[in-house]
Design a protein around this ligand. Structure first.
Ligand code: NAD
Length: 465
């Protein structure tokens, strides 16, 4: 699957061939029919349904993810996205009439959503099916052809996605190409009409650079350090319950998980006691099906290195052989600690104490714009200020991560956490170009714009503008 520099040449030729075939297929206009798109979406769902047990097996191999977590966080969201898209596709794809300005009357104006063409979807390993197939639903719905490049860090799920797509769809329409950096670099040398990338901000920059020579339309779904603020007057018990569930889902390997907590100092003791009580109640373990292993040794070592033993308030133990790190709370954390210098992407919760809300906001502003931010508060003024003063991609008040499940909301980052968005109609738009059309009638042509330029004409023109 992975090519070394010696055998990357044949791989490059294969990629070129596949992309050329996809372009030719796209040019037949077959993907533009709504019936075709709906058929492909139905087919995708059928294939996934038929292969659920193999999908479970593969994700267990990569992450030790349970069937329950696989269904709730990967498979069911994909089905729901497919169903919602099929239900609405005709409406979304229909040209939209808009008003015409006075200057152009009589004529009609409308917007056509046209597919961008050939798309490349590069995905991450932490929710391997969700992050590959949900963008793919958007690409299919909008009428594109697609090459999907799953993460090499989750080899079993990458292999099954390749098998399911490549055995069931013609490669000039949909194709999964597996591989790591050399393969992705080879793919990025080609001219696609759309690149949809999910991954780290560091690699996001490489994607942006690679797309520049072709001026390819790019969506970047990246990560960051997501804050969760707990104010003095928050509904503490339910707030902590929700935050803990979000933080330790997938062992913290979630791009929208709360990365660190900012807690008002007067409730800190109570807050910490609640967090421990919730962690104990959940009894996180791979055997219980509510925890997973770290994806590989490199990430395991990286996350372990962020545990400052002097600051462990709870947990802090790990088992190298099984890449297990227990839910860990670090306290007395400041913005200068190592754990605050990078996205954690693991089951470690640093807790920073603040006095005034301005102090909390100032800390968030010192770090790059996060993908998500969360506020646990019942204070109207603070809620308003949080929404008005803090920039982040998406978020929730009195909950974490659940905004991701609402396909009526665009999902994406801002600044360092990404550009563009998807889910539901936003996915359709993400893989479409909005073609603007003015269709003029021919029965009349006012003489205003033509020579000779008189004062009388100018008077009318000024009015029309
Ligand atoms: P990553 O950036 O290392 O890898 C993502 C993809 O890029 C993979 O398919 C990988 O093969 C490819 N890649 C890696 N290095 C490359 C290079 N030098 N050149 C070309 N391609 C390269 O990210 P990851 O470790 O898979 O995922 C973790 C990161 O992704 C975190 O920052 C997390 O927050 C983010 N993430 C974001 C979302 C989102 O929806 N916004 C979802 C999941 C993960």
């Amino acid at each position: 699957m992975n090519n070394t520099s010696d055998n990357i040449q044949p791989f490059k030729q294969e990629v070129k061939k596949t992309l050329k075939a996809q372009r030719q297929f796209y040019d037949t206009n077959a993907t533009k029919s709504i019936a075709f798109r709906i058929d492909q979406l139905k087919k995708l769902k059928e294939i996934l349904k038929k292969n659920e047990s193999n999908l479970h097996k593969a994700i267990y191999e990569d992450l030790k993810k349970s069937e329950f977590d696989n269904l709730t966080t990967e498979i069911l969201p994909i089905y729901s996205e497919i169903d919602y898209t099929i239900k609405n596709l005709k409406k979304w794809a229909k040209p939209k009439r808009v008003k015409t300005n006075l200057l152009n009357i009589p004529s009609k104006s409308y917007i056509i959503s046209e597919p961008l063409g050939t798309s490349l979807i590069i995905s991450a390993w932490n929710f391997p099916y969700n992050l590959a197939f949900i963008p793919l639903v958007g690409a299919i719905a909008a009428g594109n052809t697609s090459i999907l490049k799953p993460s090499e860090m989750a080899p079993a799920t990458s292999a099954i996605m390749a098998q399911l797509i490549n055995d069931n769809f013609p490669s000039d329409y949909l194709n999964v190409i597996q591989g790591g950096i050399p393969e992705t670099s080879a793919l990025l040398k080609q001219r696609f009409d759309k690149i949809f990338f999910t991954g780290s901000p560091q690699v996001g920059k490489i994607i942006n650079q690679a797309s520049a020579p072709h001026l390819t339309d790019v969506t970047l779904e990246l990560g960051g350090k997501n804050p969760a603020i707990f104010t003095q007057d928050c509904a503490l018990n339910i707030g902590v319950k929700r935050m803990v569930a979000s933080k330790f889902l997938n062992a913290g390997q979630v791009c929208i998980a709360p990365d660190y907590v900012l807690v008002q100092k007067s409730i800190k003791e109570k807050f910490l006691a609640r967090v421990i009580s919730e962690i104990n109640k959940q009894n996180y373990s791979i055997e219980n099906g509510n925890f997973v292993q770290l994806i590989n040794d490199k990430n395991f070592d990286r996350v372990v290195s962020l545990i400052d033993s002097q600051k462990v308030f709870y947990g802090g133990n790990y088992i190298k052989d099984t890449r297990f790190i227990e839910p860990t709370i670090l306290t007395d954390i400041t913005i200068d600690d190592a754990v605050m210098q990078e996205e954690i992407f693991g089951p470690i919760l640093p807790v920073i104490e603040y006095d005034t809300i301005d102090e909390a906001f100032a800390i968030i502003r010192k770090i790059d714009k996060p993908l998500s931010a969360y506020l646990f508060s019942n204070n109207k003024t603070i809620k308003k200020r949080f929404l008005n003063e803090i920039s982040f991609g998406n978020g929730a008040i009195n909950d974490c991560i659940m905004q991701f499940t609402n396909h009526h909301l665009p999902f994406g980052g801002v600044g360092n956490s990404g550009t563009g968005s998807y889910h539901g109609k936003f996915s359709f738009d993400c893989f479409s170009h909005q073609k603007a059309i003015l269709s003029k009638s021919t029965w009349i042509e006012p003489n205003l714009k033509y020579y000779e330029h008189t004062d009388a004409k100018m008077k009318i023109i000024k009015k029309l503008f």
